[in-house]
Design a protein around this ligand. Structure first.
Ligand code: CUA
Length: 558
């Protein structure tokens, strides 16, 4: 009986001995091996305890949650500590019971019979039900109170600055309210719109209102406080009071599609004066270097090459006005793409993916689909979703002008916080997609506009004899000067992806000729009531004329 009972245990012991290379009898060597194991474990514990503080040093852990820089984060941290220590007590107690039981009730040589088998023990069962219940209660009370006080803090916008955050695929739009108001959505109070970089003053409570009109994202600045899901159709709130100036990393913490991993942002906590300087700069037109790229040296205007960008991007202080494309239900969040105001002053491009340098900007503009897979800029720019199809992409010359223009988007006196270090959010790894590109000298003159005569397109799209050709493409006219007699014909069409129409100033401003997106050619006969003379013609779609979609038309006698 006894032999049969303990036979399996002995076999396991023999097996273990064989596995570690010992014969069953070699107890001395086995003991030696155990001592070695013990020494190894001790060394590892020592090494880890030495490495830990090194890892804990400032700047080494941009995603750490155990060293919060805000009282709200500390509140969560306190709760975490309470649960950790209670968990530790439970762990030690349970381990003690296991070891004690194993030692105390160990079989020894005097035991010849199975121990007394029992079933059910009321006192024990009540104890191990009540004790965990008490433990859970001790955890529940501060947990619930922390949850409610966190929410209450986010609901209270007195003495807070309010920042609205819109989660997009895959970047963040940031809106600031006017000082002294908490109404960011009011339109005129919506002072500043930027993207992927949140600036907040030090020691100032900030309340984030979080929105999405697409999928669920999650707003997370690990060094500040917890995460908050950003849910379509709901306003979620998060608040914290950053207590140390510095650059903090944030990212989307909810899988939201192809480029979720590259939906990062930077939180810059600055002294109040620096923050104010930035807010001021964001509300002013860019400096005079920008004028070199505008058609007539006017800072408020944008270069012709920027025309197609206007479908999605805005720049405060210029006439760049992205189309409201219904990407959101919020009227002020009408940017399909990031607002580009003071782009030159940002640390990163493409939501934390690239360091903001002219080379990276060119790389991005040339082929956004290769730099950041799945992004919608690629789809809009190339008109296709196939990552390898380059048709319709920007030409290198256009990219050169755009890079020089975008690099000029900075205040005359320089970016508001010279000296702040550039972001280093693992931006190196995308360089594998780099393609060499010849950049024009930054600040140089804008490239010559596209062909300005009808003949230039005549080969590609033959016009009927005796007619004048007019092509609308991107946000531009291919021809800027037309001459046509009364009774003559203008053959016009839309070769781009944005809607256009044709109006002659002072003649048919209210009833422009529509150029269908189908590309269908419209034959327009110059009516007899249009007096001979020189007129301005333009596209009446809001923003297009300002973006350079105008020219002169000379009407001659029949
Ligand atoms: Cu947005 Cu993940």
């Amino acid at each position: 009986m006894r032999r049969r009972l303990f036979e399996p245990g002995r076999r396991v012991g023999d097996l273990t001995a064989r596995l570690i290379g010992l014969s069953g009898q070699d107890r001395a060597r086995r003991r030696q091996a155990m001592v070695r194991l013990g020494v190894l474990a001790t060394v590892m514990v020592l090494v880890l305890s030495l490495v830990g503080p090194v890892l804990a040093q400032d700047g080494g852990r941009p995603y750490t949650q155990t060293d919060p820089k805000s009282p709200e984060g500390l509140q969560i941290q306190d709760l975490y500590k309470l649960i950790f220590w209670m968990g530790l007590v439970v762990f030690v107690f349970v381990q003690f019971l296991i070891v004690y039981t194993a030692m105390r009730f160990k079989r020894n040589r005097s035991h010849t019979q199975r121990p007394n088998q029992i079933h059910g023990h009321r006192t024990l069962e009540i104890t191990w039900t009540v004790v965990p219940a008490i433990v859970l209660l001790i955890i529940a009370v501060p947990t619930i109170s922390t949850i409610y006080s966190t929410y209450a803090a986010a609901d209270d916008t007195d003495d807070a600055i309010v920042v609205e955050i819109y989660g997009k695929q895959w970047w963040w739009e940031v809106h600031y309210a006017a000082p002294g108001t908490d109404d960011v959505t009011g339109g005129e109070n919506d002072l500043v719109i930027t993207a992927n970089e949140v600036r907040i003053p030090e020691d100032q409570k900030v309340v984030f209102k979080l929105y999405s009109n697409n999928v669920i994202h999650s707003f997370w600045v690990p060094e500040m406080t917890g995460k908050m899901d950003v849910i379509p159709g709901h306003e979620r709130r998060l608040s914290f009071t950053p207590q140390e100036s510095g650059t903090y990393y944030g990212e989307c913490a909810e899988f939201c599609g192809t480029a979720h991993a590259w939906m990062r942002f930077i939180v810059k906590v600055q002294p109040q004066a620096e923050f104010d300087a930035w807010m001021t700069a964001m509300r002013q037109p860019p400096g005079p270097t920008t004028a070199a790229f505008a058609p007539d040296g006017d800072v408020a205007r944008t270069p012709t090459e920027f025309g197609r960008c206007l479908l999605c991007h805005n720049i405060t202080g210029t006439q760049a006005q992205g189309a409201a494309v219904g990407i959101t239900t919020d009227p002020t969040s009408n940017n399909a793409g990031p607002n580009l105001t003071l782009l030159a002053c940002r640390d990163t491009l493409a939501a934390g993916l690239l360091e903001n340098t002219p080379e990276n900007l060119a790389l991005w503009l040339l082929n956004p689909g290769h730099v950041k897979e799945g992004n919608y800029m690629y789809a809009v720019q190339a008109g296709v979703k196939n990552q390898d199809d380059q048709e319709g992409a920007l030409a290198p010359e256009e990219v050169g002008v755009l890079v020089a223009y975008l690099e000029s988007l900075r205040p005359e006196a320089g970016c508001p916080e010279a000296g702040t270090e550039r972001g280093n959010m693992n931006t190196g790894e995308v360089a594998a997609n780099a393609q060499p590109i010849e950049l024009p000298v930054p600040g140089g003159p804008p490239a010559t506009p596209a062909a300005a005569t009808p003949e230039a397109v005549a080969g590609a799209v033959p016009g009927t004899s005796g007619t004048v050709l007019l092509e609308g493409i991107d946000i531009n006219w291919t021809q800027k000067e037309l001459t046509v007699p009364v009774g003559g014909t203008i053959e016009m069409w839309n070769a781009g992806a944005a809607p256009h129409n044709f109006a002659i100033e002072g003649y048919n401003d209210d009833a422009p000729v529509d150029l269908p997106l189908s590309g269908e050619h419209i034959m327009w006969t110059v009516p007899a009531d249009l007096e001979p003379g020189t007129y301005v013609f333009y596209c009446e779609i809001p923003g297009h004329r300002a973006a350079g979609m105008e020219g002169t038309i000379t009407i001659t006698a029949p």
